[in-house]
Design a protein around this ligand. Sequence first.
Ligand SMILES: [Zn+2]
Length: 234
Amino acid sequence: MNDPKYLAELINSNNIEDIVNFMKDNDIILNRAPYCNKWKKDMKWSKKEMLSDKFLWRCSTCGESKSIRHASFFSQFDIQFVKILKIILYWSLQMCQNEISKLVGVSLVTINRLFQRLRLLCIRDLDKENLSLGGNGEVVESTNPTTKVNTNGIESIWCCGKSLFKKRRGVNRCYLQTYLDEYCWRHNKNLDRIGALGAVLKIIVHLNKSFNEIDFLTETLKSVNMEELKDDLE
Ligand SMILES: [Zn+2]
């Protein structure tokens, strides 16, 4: 994950088996076997050629299965796994949505939805307390003296931002703030285009941890015998 060039090559290789294994080994998708509540055992990582994801988690006793996207950022999308990764890669490279749509063969609506999700990740990662943006997007102030950001610097960032937005054929007003957040995130983290790929995947790993905790809690609650619990409570 610290070698985004390797990652980009891997994603473009279309080798779904290598891609999935890499993502699993690096916690970008679930790396801990989900639990079968019925048989009280861990599911097994299994290969299934007919699936576009090529793998799934499966209970060897009852056959219940879970997608490899389970309890991860990727569970929100139903397009091919490698296509999601390609869109994330091209988002990092700041390619325009029309170009991506043609390259990956996915609708603009889907790409836009994924872009919005990625921007939400940037917002999550941005230290909002250190950098606050003015309401109309033209005045940006630093509220934290330790960040040593001066207004002139910010104005020049805003100018670069504006030309970038123009390149993206205008920005829908309601999305302006999230575009700015994405821009600030790239700038604050001092990320070059390819660097944004590794950085956003790291946020996904972090996010998956909370998905994991929620999943664990839900599964634990399911396995609690409510009748027994009632007796305890009485
Ligand atoms: Zn089972």
